[in-house]
Ligand binder design. Sequence first.
Ligand SMILES: [Zn+2]
Length: 546
Amino acid sequence: MSIYKKRPDVIIKNGKIVDGSGIPAYYADIAVIGEKIDYIGNLDGVDAGMIIDAEGKYVTPGFIDTHTHSDSSIWINPEAQSSVRQGVTTEIVGNCGFSMRHTINVPFDKGGDGIVCVYDLANTDTEIPKGSFANVLKKMDKMGASINTAWLCGHNDLRVIAKLFTEDYTEEQFKIMEDFLREAMEAGYIGFSTGLEFDPGILSRPAEIERLASVAAEYDGIYTSQMRDEGTYLFEAIEEFLNVIRKTKMRGEISHLNVKYDNGIPNDYLNKAMDMIRSARNDEHLNVYTDMLPTCYGTGCAQAMLPPWLYENGWDEARKILASDEGREKVKKDMDRYWRFLNYGQWDRLLRIITPHMPEVTAMSFEELCKATNRDPCDCFLDVFMKTETIEQVRSIEMVGTMFREETMVESVVKDPIYLWMSDSYTATEEGSARTGNMSDYMGIFHFLIRYVRELGAISIEEAVNKATYRAAKHYGLLGRGLIAEGSFADINVFDLDNLRIEATFTNPCRYCSGMDYVFVNGRDVINKGKHTGIRSGKAIRRGKM
Ligand SMILES: [Zn+2]
């Protein structure tokens, strides 16, 4: 009989608790009252609103995905279907410099309730009203979602707001970027993100990034970066990132280190990159981590293959250039950037092109697309752009491709203490407008657990859970998250590791995972006996607030 006298809303009994801190799993019962964990211990004989017998199962904190782009998809998938079914209860959104973009057709327009959440990047005449970043959080509060979201303020968005499409900024433009960044940080954004291989951040100089990051640093924000180069200039790009951290002393994250082999750098690049980050942590005491999709393949932004001059006079002009033989040849000769291996002719590594506006392209593998259109790969690739009508649609085209030659390379990174788990995904649905066609949107954390814990035994369950919960929560400054502890938010998963199943395949990618028995978000059962209950108990997390 327990000494515990209160009546909890939920009791999870007999589970094996992997608490997120990395300590060995232990057996205990958990009582949840309201949105918090109230008690951990023996709850024999205590009654509750809901009692779950977790015998033979793991009980872990809800997973924290440190890098997603669901800032665009959550509005059409507030139930966060693909994420929460994997036990992801919190996503860090607004990565790669994009935080107010939409890549999938968002069904509410600007204004309406006085809130601007999304805008058309192509329309540079659009004035983004002050208060927009704060209003995104308010809009999230009002809509409600099945997961928590924590927001980064994106550099590319700030540049668009300041109408800055050149290398150098004017003081007036900087002031606009600074004001909007301050507004975001004051509203509770958790930091500042850059995407320096993408338009228009690609044009910026390091001094601009340092200056803006210093603003976010005043609020104890984190700095995350899709670096300026992941190929030929990888090491210079890591140095550029570290210089921001040296200068600002911020917590920092190098986003998706799934840098590609044969991409203009010697093949020991990965070890060397990891060494640089490790030494920044150990020798210089900089608080930096890295993350990546734990698979041999990864996703990328297709536009980043194109030379910026192609679209400097607008997308209509770019289409004309791509339609002329001469123009197209000029583009083909100027594609030594980003996924450079494509420029070297390794088109077999481009697995699929994903375009929300051209489902017939998304439906096929890239190889099938080339065959169906009877085009050589480079022309087939450029044809997709030529048929795309707006720069906004161009920005939404994604590629899935082979990053690593061998799985052992992935394994060496995910095992490393400097690695945090992430999916680089959009929360997606099996059907409807949030169906994305990208397998990794449907399986990221399951692959991490199934492959590296269950099948290969490369990392322990405690270590894997730590990388996807408490270590991430601490680094990103999410208070009260990522830990099974009294007083923590009751973001809790209950599952049997042996029962986790990935249903998505390359040919049939839009399938939810199965095997997660219960997922609690702020104390509410969003997944109950494997089924989504429709409950939207997630919060828009504010920096520094419980
Ligand atoms: Zn990303």
